[in-house]
Design a protein around this ligand. Structure first.
Ligand code: ZN
Length: 284
């Protein structure tokens, strides 16, 4: 085990060749579950409770300055800055993305650990090419289609960056920021990924018998300060076809199809141009 030259990164190598796996926490500084899972895994390897059977593991704490300040971001959302030829203005997060890009781009698997503002059950995000591997991670809810929404406001996330460079990449939403259960979800799923990728010797895990798989089809960005939701939504709440979800001075916003609402956020807390909610429909 060694401290990497990049701050906040611990690299663990096995003598046996195998995949390069990145477990990342703290991309957002107000989401403690991933940080605690990464720290706990580091302790497991230090104490000998876990040992690496093959491959290389990178345990990464991403947005250290935002974590110190207990804020989502110091200047910019780090999870929108992983882009080619980034000409973003200089700030802590743009420099941090530049530092971390190489580790993600050379990884075979990424698990990026997050939590949500509103109450929500845990769910795993990936693209359709990651569904087979996603099924082995034991989650009851899987959401695909973030990258294929093709919305410029959503680009630059860690998962898409790693996937564009050949990795099987996952974003895990572990529950609400302050939910103590989120920490355990983060650790258990990270442990499973190490198992599934063969980095640690296999242990017994139960699979979810019938995970719900949803595909994102829409996103509502905040373009007006007057936006309000018609009711208080939690993540994964069902929305009927035609249901009015919210309104602002431009009009009403309805669900086109029977949907689930993902990432609903208090409009007051959303910055202009960022997501108020996403909509997903069941795939199977
Ligand atoms: Zn997050």
């Amino acid at each position: 085990m060694k401290r990497h030259s990049i701050q906040g990164v611990v690299e663990i190598n096995s003598a046996a060749p195998g995949p390069r796996v990145v477990i990342m926490g703290g991309v957002h500084g107000n989401e403690p579950c991933g940080v605690s899972a990464v720290s706990r895994l580091e302790q497991d390897f230090l104490s000998g409770a876990l040992s690496l059977a093959r491959g290389t593991l990178f345990l990464t704490i991403a947005n250290q300055e935002a974590l110190r300040a207990d804020v989502r971001s110091v200047h910019r959302n780090l999870n929108r800055l992983f882009k080619e030829n980034s000409d973003e203005p200089d700030c802590y997060e743009t420099r941090r993305a530049e530092e971390l890009k190489g580790i993600l781009a050379t990884s075979d698997f990424l698990l990026d650990l997050h939590s949500t503002t509103s109450t929500s059950p845990p769910f795993l995000m990936c693209e359709e090419d990651g569904l087979a591997a996603a099924g082995s991670l034991g989650l009851g809810r899987i959401v695909v289609g973030w990258a294929s929404l093709g919305n410029g406001a959503l680009t630059g996330d860690t998962e898409t960056w790693a996937r564009q460079h050949g990795a099987t990449a996952f974003t895990l939403e572990c529950g609400q920021h302050t939910d103590p259960a989120a920490t355990e979800v983060a650790y258990q799923v990270a442990h499973r990924l190490l198992d599934v990728t063969g980095l640690i010797n296999p242990t017994t895990h139960s699979l979810h018998p019938a995970p719900i798989v949803l595909r994102l089809y829409g996103v509502k960005l905040k373009v007006d300060e007057s936006f309000i939701f018609t009711k208080s939504y939690s993540g994964f709440d069902s929305v009927a076809q035609g249901e009015i979800i919210g309104r602002d001075s431009h009009g009403e916003y309805r669900a086109e199809r029977p949907s689930r609402i993902i990432f609903p956020i208090d409009p007051v807390k959303a910055s202009m141009g960022t997501e108020l909610y996403l909509l997903a429909e069941e795939m199977r």
